[in-house]
Design a protein around this ligand. Structure first.
Ligand SMILES: Cc1cc2nc3c(=O)[nH]c(=O)nc-3n(C[C@H](O)[C@H](O)[C@H](O)COP(=O)(O)O)c2cc1C
Length: 210
């Protein structure tokens, strides 16, 4: 499938075949592909929880509007957007800086300048921190959906869930915000998929405010 075909064929699949497992290799491959996503300062403020166990998925389903795909899909991913992922001392922030020094794009002396630049953009309040974490994690999520499709898998993003309830049930630390859940698996071909949804046109998307 070329990229245009991936774009055309990806759908939010409501019906998964619960008997068709997704191999560990495919899960790793799609995550490694999605990891190529761009992010602000390359900070990559995303993490994933991967749920496969039926009992655990049942717990999540109760908190996700009882959507059947949560238990029918063999794999559910909880996307975690790290609101602290720009802060000095954060392990990945410091790793990112070290990698930039190693690659020659920054010098050791620029450490404080770099951290201050990130702080000036994201440090003001929780809204800025959530926006930072959520937008970057959303790019990662979209890449993951396309990666899944390219590997012959289907997916379904969901924000129909009790955000705080999921955080509590899965002991997710407070600095994470959950932009979405993602069901991943194989389309159950015995069920009929709704026709493709309408999309805004070029003229409806492009605006100006003269
Ligand atoms: C962030 C996000 C959250 C969504 N949440 C849900 C959801 O909770 N339940 C659901 O049935 N569909 C959900 N959807 C799926 C959308 O309804 C679907 O993507 C849209 O109607 C377009 O359909 P398509 O993806 O098949 O082209 C969500 C999609 C996105 C991107």
């Amino acid at each position: 499938m070329n990229f245009k075909e991936i774009i055309e064929n990806r759908r939010a699949i409501n019906f998964f075949d619960p008997k068709k497992e997704v191999s560990e290799e495919k899960i790793k491959e799609m995550i490694n592909m999605a990891a190529k996503s761009p992010s602000s300062f390359n900070l990559q403020p995303w993490s994933l929880m991967i749920l496969k166990d039926q009992e655990t998925k049942e717990k999540l389903k109760k908190l996700a509007w009882d959507q059947p795909k949560v238990t029918e899909a063999p794999v559910i991913m909880i996307f975690l957007a790290d609101r602290n992922g720009w802060k000095e001392g954060h392990p990945f922030v410091e790793k990112n800086f070290k990698e930039m020094v190693k690659a020659g794009s920054m010098s050791e002396e620029q450490h404080d300048w770099f951290l201050d630049a990130a702080k000036s953009l994201y440090g003001a309040d929780i809204e800025k921190q959530t926006a930072f974490a959520a937008k970057n994690t959303a790019f990662f999520a979209m890449s993951l959906m396309f990666a899944a499709k390219s590997l012959g898998l289907d997916s379904h993003p969901m924000d129909g869930f009790d955000h705080d309830g999921v955080k509590k049930e899965f002991k997710i630390p407070d600095h994470y915000w959950i932009p979405l859940l993602l069901a991943v698996g194989y389309y159950n071909t015995s069920e009929t998929l709704a026709p493709p949804k309408w999309r805004k046109t070029y003229d409806e998307i492009v605006v100006n405010f003269d």
